[in-house]
Write a new protein. Structure first.
Lengths: 319, 262
């Protein structure tokens, strides 16, 4: 793990994983000693490539799988099934029976949550309105577009007014308009103070919706923390040198190697934190500077940096 | 290892329904009954359920070309409806226990509601299927000299056996049972159905091994027993216990399984 800044409010966590390991039959370690805390009321983004262990973690959190070792606690319950009535779950694929109408489907899920009769109908209607499916509620689910199916999935997750929403790649494979609509809905839920665990491949989505993020790679949490903090942590400054001398030569002459992110042509890229020290060294060595530009990182860059660093760290061990 | 989806008993969630509902209303809205109702509706809408009714009609047309005795009706009916219970339940469980089950499971405090719901749905479906066969046979006078008492008691025996087969299939289906359990069961079945050999000790051993099949065989012949008394019904009670036992076994097995469904 590169950095793991303390998450706020760990005593009041919605999700706690402690040394969580899951080894499937065939000895494939899908999760390896994962320790993670998601405080209540926080939108947490879980990033990772395919096979990183995101789905395994979600299944462990919902109790579909049992950990090989370690501890999972969801909404204060170690027996996570007891927390189910307070969790809304949206699967990565819309898993609906095509021969039922949207309304019938939601009525079934509401009934499973112990809500029936007049209350059932009212709750279903409310959920349909929340996701904008009221007009097509009595159409067979088989005729829904993928975006509509995902909205129906969100509606079933909202039926019991859950404290925690686990959204597994809800915007994957849907058109841009539907994605925008889904993100708007998620932002609304976040404003309502719901705890959200969002698994996604879309960095911009996580960056805009989540306060905290965790990056999984090969079953390990390689980076986690507050999104704003992580972005600031990796803020950089680009210094364009005025002379003919290559930036790499300058870096070598001034022995700046350890502080340089990248030296290419006449451009030095340095961490924002090291800006003053390096500028002082350049001025002291009478090296002319053409310009200085602060660079704000995106979550995508943070992700690539974290996974590459992990890969680089793993290579010597593998060799 | 502290995480468990299914160790909690099947409890009714806090109801948000009409306050005047009685015990029947509460039963109707038990999670396992809700799962059973939904599974049945889904099975019928998919066409497989109606396929079972068609099977019964075809089975009747093939095996009742000429009128037969009550004994023939119950023995042949048990065979046909037993096969149907096996196939139909296997299809129903295969459809229900796909990745689709994740969403209902994420709502339930116990996996038992799923196994019980499936057993209930499959068991309940046996009743109209049997009634269809009976109505066809009676309406077309294909049972020679039917005695109402014999028909009633024989029906109970046949239905008990059909429901036993369907519950057994639920308990043995993936992901509830492992492949090893299914292999062990088939191994036992092959041994139990082996003809008794001449060697005394082996014959005794085989008789013990096939003991669980005794109440099943007695249930088939229940409708044609010459002297019916209260004591004649013990096989029904044993089969009922086997059904309950298998349903509990299915709960026990499923709550320990990792669910990796596609």
């Amino acid at each position: 793990m590169l950095e793991e800044p303390a998450l706020p409010g760990q005593g009041d966590a919605a999700i706690e994983c402690l040394g969580l390991t899951k080894v499937y039959e065939g000895r494939i370690a899908a999760l390896n000693d994962l320790t993670l805390t998601v405080p209540r009321g926080v939108a947490f983004g879980l990033l990772g490539e395919n096979g990183a262990g995101k789905s395994t973690l979600v299944r462990l959190l919902l109790g579909f799988l049992f950990p090989t070792s370690g501890l999972v606690r969801v909404l204060g319950e170690e027996n996570v099934a007891r927390a189910h009535p307070r969790i809304g779950y949206v699967h990565e694929r819309p898993l609906f029976e095509p021969r039922f109408t949207g309304r019938q489907y939601l009525a079934f899920f509401a009934e499973l949550s112990g809500c029936w009769g007049v209350a059932n109908r009212a709750r279903v209607q409310m959920a349909l309105e929340q996701v904008g499916l009221r007009a097509v509620a009595d159409r067979k689910v088989g005729g829904y577009s993928k975006g509509m199916l995902q909205r129906l999935a969100i509606a079933q997750a909202l039926l019991a007014d859950p404290e925690l929403l686990i959204l597994d790649e809800v915007t994957s494979g849907i058109d841009a308009g539907s994605q925008w609509e889904m993100r708007r809905m998620m932002a609304d839920l976040r404003r309502q103070g719901k705890t959200i665990l969002l698994c996604s491949h879309y960095m911009a989505e996580v960056e805009s919706l989540c306060e905290s993020v965790g990056i999984l790679r090969r079953g390990r949490l390689v980076l986690s923390g507050d999104v704003a903090h992580l972005l600031r942590l990796h803020d950089a400054v680009e210094i364009t040198l005025a002379g003919e001398r290559p930036a790499s030569d300058v870096a070598a002459a001034l022995k700046l190697g350890g502080q340089i992110i990248e030296a290419r042509e006449n451009v030095l890229r340095i961490p924002a934190a090291a800006q003053q020290e390096i500028l002082a060294a350049l001025v002291a060595a009478h090296i002319p500077i053409h310009s200085l530009n602060p660079l704000t990182q995106t979550l995508e860059e943070v992700y690539v940096r974290a996974t590459r660093a992990d890969e680089a760290a793993a290579e010597p061990a593998l060799s | 290892m502290n995480t468990s989806i299914a160790s909690a008993p099947e409890t009714q969630p806090a109801l948000v329904g009409p306050e005047r509902s009685g015990p029947l209303g509460r039963f109707w809205h038990l999670p396992s009954v809700v799962v059973a109702r939904f599974t049945l509706r889904s099975y019928l809408r998919s066409g497989w359920g109606w396929g079972e009714f068609v099977f019964v009609v075809v089975f009747f047309l093939v095996f009742w070309t000429y009128p037969g005795t009550e004994d023939y009706f119950f023995s042949t009916g048990s065979f046909g409806l037993g096969i149907l219970a096996l196939l139909g339940t296997a299809i129903m469980v295969h459809r229900a226990m796909s990745a689709r089950v994740y969403l209902p499971l994420a709502r339930l405090t116990s996996r038992a509601a799923c196994t019980r719901g499936l057993a209930l749905a499959s068991g309940v479906l046996r009743v109209p299927l049997y009634l269809l066969l009976l109505v066809l046979a009676l309406a077309s006078h294909k049972i020679i000299a039917p005695q109402p008492a014999h028909i009633l008691v024989g029906s109970l025996g046949l239905l008990a056996n059909s429901i036993l087969v369907s519950t057994l299939i639920v308990a043995l289906s993936p992901p509830i049972a492992t492949r090893l359990i299914r292999i062990c069961f088939l191994f036992w079945l092959v041994i139990a159905l082996t003809p008794l050999p001449n060697v005394d000790w082996l014959a005794i051993l085989l008789s013990v091994i096939r003991l669980p099949l005794l109440p099943v065989a007695l249930c088939i012949g229940l409708g044609t027993s010459p002297n019916l008394s209260l004591a004649s019904f013990w096989p029904l009670a044993v089969v009922a216990l086997l059904i309950v036992g298998l349903a509990l076994l299915a709960d026990f097995l499923l709550k320990r399984r990792d669910l990796i469904l596609h």
